[in-house]
Design a protein around this ligand. Structure first.
Ligand code: ADP
Ligand code: MG
Length: 259
């Protein structure tokens, strides 16, 4: 079945405060959707709520991947169903090496008894690290510990490549990247484009979208998608900022206000 990801009326709260106020979004395999928006408008909350971060309570709505509601699943089940999130601020885990983490993540998505062999895993990991121009020593470092911003982001893309997900959410994957690292990350994303994979690229700036070309662009404000269009929308936002969108909507404060 062709990948189909549909978010319908999703609402979520943090500590009782409503942040997501009814998100609707429909993506098909092969498509790249971008969500843009000023800070504090709920973009990362959407990513975290979809992935099942315990801090966020989904109070209404569904997010179905091929007709299965992810919101009914535990976090590991969502990952097994094919959802992947590259976080805006990846965690550091001392004592767990990057390669151990990656192999566990791959095996957690496989049936018992069909774990990836060590040799095969190492071959895959080394191949992908080369594509991402990562120093091989990063395999043996503790997960994200002491990684620079750019190294963390590359490592998120490495995880994505090895996990082969159906729906990929990239939350500000471009932040903290210089132009060379940005190009490498974009190459990694573009190499993963396929008919049965959909991408949701969350970004503040249009810059990334010069390298990862979106089919659809959505603007998020006040916990809602308030405007959608094609790539030209991102270009206009880059040139003119967000004020014209606020004027169109008749709002002064784009952030998620107090509930
Ligand atoms: P964006 O990613 O668009 O910058 P966020 O989703 O991170 O926005 O945040 C949206 C709103 O939710 C902000 O007002 C922020 O302060 C609030 N918020 C996000 N995460 C938390 C949290 N863990 N605890 C309390 N408030 C939060
Ligand atoms: Mg954010």
């Amino acid at each position: 079945m062709a990948t189909q990801f549909v978010i319908d009326g999703l609402k979520a709260t943090i500590e009782g405060k409503e942040i997501l106020k009814g998100i609707n979004l429909s993506m098909k395999g092969g498509e790249i959707h971008a969500i843009m928006g000023p800070n504090g408008t709920g973009k990362s909350t959407l990513a975290s709520a979809l992935m099942g971060h315990p801090k966020y309570e989904v109070t209404e709505g569904t997010a179905t991947l091929n007709d299965e509601d992810l919101m009914e699943m535990a976090v590991d089940e969502r990952a097994r169903a094919g959802l992947f999130l590259a976080m805006q601020y990846p965690s550091e885990i001392s004592g767990v090496t990057n390669s151990d983490f990656l192999r566990s993540a791959i095996n957690a998505r496989r049936e018992e008894g069909s774990e990836i062999s060590l040799i095969k895993f190492i071959r895959q990991m080394e191949g992908k690290m080369k594509e991402l121009d990562m120093n091989p020593e990063f395999a043996h470092r503790y997960l994200n510990e002491g990684f620079s911003g750019g190294e963390k982001k590359r490592n998120e893309i490495l995880q994505m490549m090895l996990l082969d997900p159906k729906v990929v959410i990239l939350d500000e994957i471009d932040s903290g990247l210089d132009i060379d690292a940005l190009k490498i990350v974009a190459q990694g994303v573009n190499a993963m484009r396929s008919e049965d994979r959909a991408f949701l690229v969350i970004t503040h700036y249009q810059r990334l979208l010069n390298y990862v070309k979106p089919d659809f662009v959505h603007v998020m404000m006040q916990g809602r998608i308030v405007k959608s269009g094609g790539p030209e929308l991102a270009e206009r936002l880059e040139a003119e900022g967000y004020d014209w969108v606020k004027a169109e909507l008749g709002i002064e404060d784009e952030t998620v206000g107090q509930a």
